[in-house]
Design a binder for this molecule. Structure first.
Ligand code: NAD
Ligand code: UDX
Length: 462
């Protein structure tokens, strides 16, 4: 039987990263009637997707991939062939912060994005539905349409916005049971037709009432706004953590008290050394840049302060370490428990641990890094200061001989370690800085540690 006869739709995704891979694996697993192909310019990544050593660590993902891979899910570097065959093309390439020219440091770098539009229109021989999966500045669809419309083949490409809300570490569950799926389209006949196709794809497993439709611009902007709101909550609670440390209030108690107000809600109120990840900072700065270009300077300043508080929190964490360790950490061995930007991922993009490690190295400390999944990425992130950094997967080895431990990532395993054994092997006085407030501080203090939680009183022996 030919592919055409076997499958009712041919779906392509350009970009096999943290979003493209898991999203397409879920569609393929849930919809055996569709043929789903994921293409990428990076052959190493594609090779890895075709093995059981997937290129990203994400709990439960291999099981989902295995349901569909080779059946109706294919990973390939044949981009042109994929474009030629597909009727629906998701684009989930990276849209990092621009590092050069106008808007450097804030605006989204759309070069990878634009290249896909040009690839599509060069190769396409039939009408396509193009789905923006990447996070993009509001009104990007217009730019894409201009490129796609500039063809003399008589082909029409309808652009939809379908931003992705999955979080790393919980991607499989987020994709399987999304709070909502958002689809933005134009209110034209072709726009509504394309929207209905995408609704039908998701409706294979997502309840209809969770599939939300809107205009294209609302969908594009909703993604930036959602990330800005989430990050804003973390900066809000982190700003309160600084005040708690001055006043003997306890940020966990404050978080619980305000979170029980149903108008506020209890999620995303965990004080931390700072938020990380590839999205929050990039998307807020992109929002700031967009506001600036529309002359909305007050709005830009408001959102920029969310990033400023995050930088402050990371700086403050290291300043506390330095101050309480007698204003010198030169030559001291300091162990970071965790390097990933959150638990259950090996991703270290914008991880607060990067800034903390670099600042400790500037103070001439010797930094030891341990993490169950992120050491490979950590080695790349700290390539510039390798002589002052050691990496080891075993937390006990990492802590042996250390003057201090700083918890950077809330991995479950760090809650269950034998801290008496760790304490016995450390230099004294021994310090613990809990950048995630996950440890039993009282118990550690009783063992002899000097404990510095975030946003609550320190437990010291001096
Ligand atoms: P990523 O860097 O992991 O993956 C992007 C992939 O696109 C890379 O493998 C790259 O090689 C490939 N690529 C780039 N240009 C290409 C081209 N012209 N043709 C084919 N392949 C190309 O990025 P990601 O984390 O998956 O993020 C992708 C997009 O999704 C970004 O816009 C991001 O903001 C957004 N997003 C990310 C997350 C997340 O948790 N990581 C969540 C929601 C949305
Ligand atoms: C985020 C958004 O949640 C997701 O919807 C979007 O699609 C991509 O960006 P992600 O960055 O993968 O997802 O993880 P998230 O769980 O949002 O955590 C981001 C950072 O905030 C992490 O460093 C996390 O440790 C930190 N965080 C989160 C806190 O410090 N406190 C909290 O209460 C929650």
């Amino acid at each position: 039987m030919s592919n055409k006869a076997r499958f009712t739709r041919n779906i392509l995704c350009i970009g096999a990263g943290y979003v493209g891979g898991p999203t397409m694996a879920m569609i393929a697993a849930r919809c055996p009637q569709y043929r789903v192909t994921v293409v990428d310019v990076n052959p190493g990544r594609i090779d890895a997707w075709n093995t059981d050593q997937l290129p990203i660590y994400e709990p439960g993902l291999l099981e989902v991939v295995k349901i569909a891979r080779g059946r109706n899910l294919f990973f390939s570097t044949e981009i042109e062939r994929g474009i030629g065959e597909a009727e629906v093309i998701f684009v989930s390439v990276n849209t990092p912060t621009k590092t050069f020219g106008a808007g450097a440091g804030k605006a989204a770098d759309l070069q990878y994005w634009e290249k896909t539009a040009r690839d599509i229109i060069r190769v396409a021989q039939s009408d396509k539905i193009i789905v923006e999966k990447s996070t993009l500045p509001v009104r990007t669809a217009r730019a894409m349409e201009r490129i796609l419309d500039a063809n003399d083949k008589g082909i029409h490409c309808e652009v939809l916005s379908n931003p992705e809300f999955l979080a790393e570490g919980t991607a499989v569950n987020d994709l399987d049971h999304p709070d909502r799926v958002l689809i933005g389209s134009h209110e034209t006949e072709t726009g509504i037709g394309a929207r209905d196709v995408l609704v039908e794809i998701y409706a294979n497993w997502v309840p209809r009432e969770r599939i939300l439709t809107s205009n294209v611009w609302s969908a594009e902007l909703s993604k930036l706004a959602a990330n800005a709101f989430l990050a804003q909550r973390i900066s809000s609670i982190n700003s309160i953590s600084a005040l708690c440390e001055k006043t003997e209030a306890n940020v966990n108690e404050v978080g619980r008290a305000i979170g029980m107000d149903s108008r506020i809600g209890n999620r995303f109120l965990r004080a931390s050394v700072g938020f990380g990840g590839s999205c929050f900072k990039k998307d807020i700065l992109n929002l700031v840049y967009i506001c600036e270009t529309y002359g909305l300077h007050e709005v830009a300043t408001y959102w920029e302060s969310v990033v400023a508080i995050n930088d402050y929190q990371k700086r403050r964490f290291v300043q506390t370490m330095l101050r309480v360790m007698f204003n010198t950490i030169a030559g001291k061995r300091i162990t970071l428990f965790g390097f990933a930007f959150k638990a259950d991922t090996g991703d270290t993009r914008e991880s607060p641990a990067i800034d903390v490690a670099r600042k400790l190295v500037e103070e001439q400390a010797h930094v030891v890094i341990t993490d169950p999944q992120a050491l490979q990425n950590a080695e790349k992130d700290l390539a510039g200061c390798r002589s002052q950094v050691t990496f080891t997967e075993d937390p006990y080895k990492a802590a042996a001989g250390a003057h201090a431990i700083a918890v950077m990532t809330e991995w479950e395993l760090y809650k269950a370690l034998d801290y008496q054994r760790i304490f016995d092997g450390m230099e004294k006085p021994a310090f613990i800085f809990d950048g995630r407030n996950i440890l039993d501080h009282r118990e550690l203090h009783e063992m002899g540690f000097n404990v510095f939680p975030l946003g609550e009183a320190a437990l010291k022996h001096f």
